[in-house]
Design a protein around this ligand. Structure first.
Ligand code: GDP
Ligand code: MG
Length: 597
């Protein structure tokens, strides 16, 4: 295809502003042309049958649009994930395109993720077309939101496209803007092959599927290619596109996007950001690639029932096949037995994986407190990264500890400002900026990530009655006065409850945790002290009173069958308990105790 007839673009938006709805409308609008004028070869019927019911991870869709100038354009729509946790993935999707459609809800205006996405698109040198969506709503205020886009983002909004994705108003206006206002890709079909790996995933029928953007040269079925990072060579057995159904094509040329398969067994052979070149005619250099997605939040996942350990291992392995940013390794805990230490891009990522394990793989799990990655600078000059508070070295050997900080953008209605400022201050935040745009406050704060992972987002939402939006980027590491707080139950430390806290927060968090545990651990025959300690120093303490003897005496009286029932019941209850020394701690306590409020 002539490069001047190709446009590669992403749709970026704050959540709920209408990205998916608009994408559907664009696909629908172009669908008619597809059937008539596109020469494509469908995968055989067998495969389509097999694929039914399987969610295809089609992150790119090729559309054929007949523009007002009479020409047919190939539009490649690249999907982007919509949450702050996946900012890295957004940047790599954007790297495969030349332009972005910025969707802003005309009844809501610019939100935190609108900004975060725009900054990334600007970083990727994108041409950006603003689209005001939901103009069918009575609350839509087009002039105000245009002004906002100019004031807050600094984009010219005078020719923003006004649409209603839901009612299908002015969809062709968006398509015309894509063709006339976004630049075509550049590339050389005669040059040695350079194709960027944008994503890869495992498909039960096709094996590893590799999503690519060709920059120079051509990809063809039967071609022998080399993956430049690993040096692995393969023969391509399929070259295709999503239209949005999978379709095979003869070739992919410069500027085009699509997928290839090559009997690849291990997804790790296809590194996202790597360059594919031709074995016969190697490219001199790989393409620039991307920053890798690095896990920033770690927690332990343990099976409630120890017998599920192998199932858990297998399930984690399956999830990791399609999610290169998810990591796990085996871990053992005195309190929880064998499990896995897992790394995530953020809390939402953690929740998604946990939910999938419970729903799709039918596993009952205990999650330990999420922790960020600390850098321990030791007295001997070495540096260790710590993913688990249980691994904290002896404090006398540590010179200093550094923790990750973020830069957060928070946008909210003015009336909630006081509460949000207080929250940020409590979480050791440093205010960098406060501006007002059309009745909304825009706050920029630097915050330690460790203060955000627990419940910052929940608190922000509740303080602002759901009206605040939040987005962040990692800034870097800074030294902090950090200590390990241990929790002792009946004088024994429980490793799964240990956490790293800032010294100024230790007493408050310690007291809160002890109070929680007091309510969560049932009474025993003896008194149980619960303590929070830093090193050998106790900073908070609660006591669970002993059960009274006469209550028990009553329980154990009566006839034999009643006694048996009681014993059975106790046994059942036991499954949900963890024996710790002489104390039984219910599983629910581990999560509930850590939900700070
Ligand atoms: P996304 O999170 O950006 O992908 O947003 P969705 O496309 O899922 O849309 C969020 C909600 O807004 C859904 O309930 C849509 O039906 C609704 N929506 C999207 N576009 C319009 C529109 O043009 N007008 C109205 N009234 N609602 C819309
Ligand atoms: Mg959506």
């Amino acid at each position: 295809t002539d490069l001047s007839r190709i446009r590669n673009f992403s749709i970026i938006a704050h959540i709920d502003h209408g990205k998916s709805t608009l994408a559907d409308r664009l696909i629908e609008f172009c669908g008619a042309i597809e059937a008539r004028e596109m020469k494509a070869q469908l995968l055989d019927n067998m495969d389509i049958e097999r694929e039914r019911g399987i969610t295809i991870k089609a992150q790119t869709v090729r559309l054929n649009y007949k523009a007002k100038d009479g020409e047919i354009y190939q539009l490649n729509l690249m999907d982007t994930p919509g949450h702050v946790d996946f900012a890295y993935e957004v940047s790599r999707s954007l790297a495969a395109c030349e332009g972005s459609i910025l969707v802003v809800d005309a009844s809501q205006g610019v939100e935190a993720q609108t900004l975060a996405n725009v900054y990334q698109a600007i970083d990727a040198n994108h041409e950006i077309v603003p689209v005001l969506n939901k103009i069918d709503l009575p609350a839509a205020d087009v002039p105000r939101v245009k002004q906002q886009i100019e004031d807050v983002i600094g984009l010219d909004a005078s020719d923003a496209v006004e649409v209603s994705a839901k009612s299908g108003i002015n969809i062709d206006g968006v398509l015309e803007a894509i063709v006339t206002r976004l630049p075509p890709p550049k590339g050389d079909a005669a040059a040695p092959l350079q194709a960027l790996i944008v994503d890869s995933w495992y498909d039960a029928y096709l094996g590893v599927v590799v999503l690519v953007r060709v920059v120079n040269g051509e990809l063809r079925t039967g071609q022998k290619v080399r993956f430049m990072a690993t040096g692995a060579t393969r023969e391509l057995d399929r070259v295709g596109i999503f239209g949005p159904k999978k379709m095979l094509v003869d070739r992919l040329g410069p500027g085009e996007m699509g997928f290839v398969t090559a009997a690849i067994k291990d997804i790790r052979d296809t590194k996202v950001g790597d360059t594919i070149t031709e074995e016969r005619r190697l490219a001199a250099t790989p393409l620039p690639g991307f920053k890798p997605s690095i896990p920033v939040v770690f927690c332990g996942l343990f099976p409630t029932d120890a017998a599920d350990f192998e199932d858990l291992r297998e399930s984690l392995g399956k999830l990791a096949l399609n999610d290169a940013s998810f990591q796990f390794e085996m871990e053992s805990s005195a309190a929880l037995g064998f499990g896995f230490r897992c790394g995530f891009l953020g809390l939402l990522h953690l929740e998604i994986i946990q939910e999938r394990l419970e729903r799709e793989f039918n596993l009952d799990l205990i999650t330990t407190a999420p922790s960020v990655v600390y850098r321990m600078h030791m007295n001997d000059g070495t540096m260790k990264e710590m993913h688990n508070p249980a691994d904290m070295p002896d404090p006398v050997k540590i010179d200093r500890i550094e923790e990750p900080w973020i830069k957060a953008n928070i946008m909210l209605p003015d009336e909630y400002l006081g509460g949000v400022l207080q929250l940020c201050t409590e979480r050791r935040g440093i205010q960098k900026d406060l501006t007002y745009v059309g009745g909304r406050a825009m706050l920029v704060y630097e915050l330690p990530l460790n203060e955000v992972v627990f419940d910052f987002y929940d608190r922000l939402k509740s303080i602002s009655r759901g009206y605040a939006s939040f987005d962040y980027v990692l800034e870097g590491y800074r030294e902090g006065d950090l200590v390990k707080m241990s929790i002792l139950v009946n004088n024994e430390p429980v490793d799964a409850l240990a956490m790293i806290v800032h010294r100024t927060q230790a007493e408050y968090r310690g007291r809160q945790l002890c109070e929680r545990l007091k309510d969560l651990i049932p009474r025993h025959l003896f008194k149980i002290p619960i303590q929070a300690a830093i090193g050998g120093r106790v900073i908070a303490r609660e006591t669970i009173a002993a059960l009274r003897k006469d209550v028990l005496a009553k329980c154990y009286g009566g006839d034999i069958s009643r006694k048996r029932k009681l014993l059975d019941k106790q046994k059942e209850g036991k499954k949900r308990m963890r024996q710790f020394g002489e104390v039984e701690i219910p599983q629910s306590a581990f999560i509930a105790a850590l939900r700070m409020g």
